[in-house]
Design a protein around this ligand. Sequence first.
Ligand SMILES: Cc1ncc(COP(=O)(O)O)c(C=O)c1O
Length: 373
Amino acid sequence: MSQRSVDWKSCIAVSSVIATAYTAYKLYQVRKNQNPRAVSGVEGLIGNTPLVRIGSLSNATNSEIYAKLELANPAGSAKDRVALNIILTAEKQGLLKRGEPGWVFEGTSGSTGISIAMICNALGYRSHISLPDDTSLEKLALLESLGAVVNPVKPASIVDPDQYVNAAKKACLEMIETNGVKAIFADQFENEANRKVHYETTGPEIYQQMNGHIDGFIAGCGTGGTITGVAKYLKTVCGLSNCHVILGDPQGSGFYHRINHGVMYDSVEKEGTRRRHQVDTIVEGVGLNRITRNFAHGEQCIDEAMRVTDDQAVKMAKYLSVNDGLFVGSSTAINAVVAVQLARRLQNDNETKHAPRIVIIACDSGSRHLSKP
Ligand SMILES: Cc1ncc(COP(=O)(O)O)c(C=O)c1O
């Protein structure tokens, strides 16, 4: 056999090995993306949420409008990320220890309590949630079925020591003093583990899913963790300084004037018009009349606030449900209304040479709000 034919044969052999390895690698990548690997415990399912193009709004505005489906987290909202990071941070600080009894206290009428209750169960802790005594029956039932200790208190202003956030802090201190067990007050408004998890995970996920092309980002603001965390990542780490970051604000909230005019005030606060809820809206989870640490940290990354009425939000929620099969909560509907306005403005001003690419946060599902109109 000649030297020449041996070389030829080994060439073929080496090439076929490379081709087989390459095909196997490609197949592995496809499978890896299609079939996420099994995780250990529900906490492993948090994050890496899908991004979906909203066909109806994109087509109507000649733009590309996407929703980051935070409602796909295991306890149904973006608050899963926050609750997990608050608990993991407390563990790192030695305030909680896996395998030992421990409690997480929070004052919340929203999704954070449900996320805390779920994650506590998964990690072997107990949860104690203080909330206003007129919180919806769905949420109470969910918290109770998750085994949380529920502490309903009379609705009150944040300056009242019995207000639900203050009640949670007090109950936590009592537990530490009387029982000597490890316990933390989650404190989502002031705890920086909140915005940090959005900076470290939600922001990078959005950037990657959009291949780095984002002209607008829209989120509501409750604690401020989501909007400041994501906006700061996009603007400071990714260099997207031209990306329009817009805060979708419900009627009655102070953020609209704070961002646009530098003053935290809404006319519903004027003398003689005080109502049951300071932020007088049916939209849950967003809108506030005070500045929290999480908001203050990234306020400079928010370019503008747009106000959306309850009526517009309800109509948008119905529209998305009927036209796209997207059954979202009212805070998401607010973001969608803002997305349409931003898309039209970018088109009219010819600001982008391509169809504007906009991302909104879809914080939770409409099923959380069924008892509301
Ligand atoms: C339904 C809903 N949407 C939006 C938000 C706002 O998110 P953040 O607290 O990060 O500002 C919240 C917060 O509780 C919420 O419950």
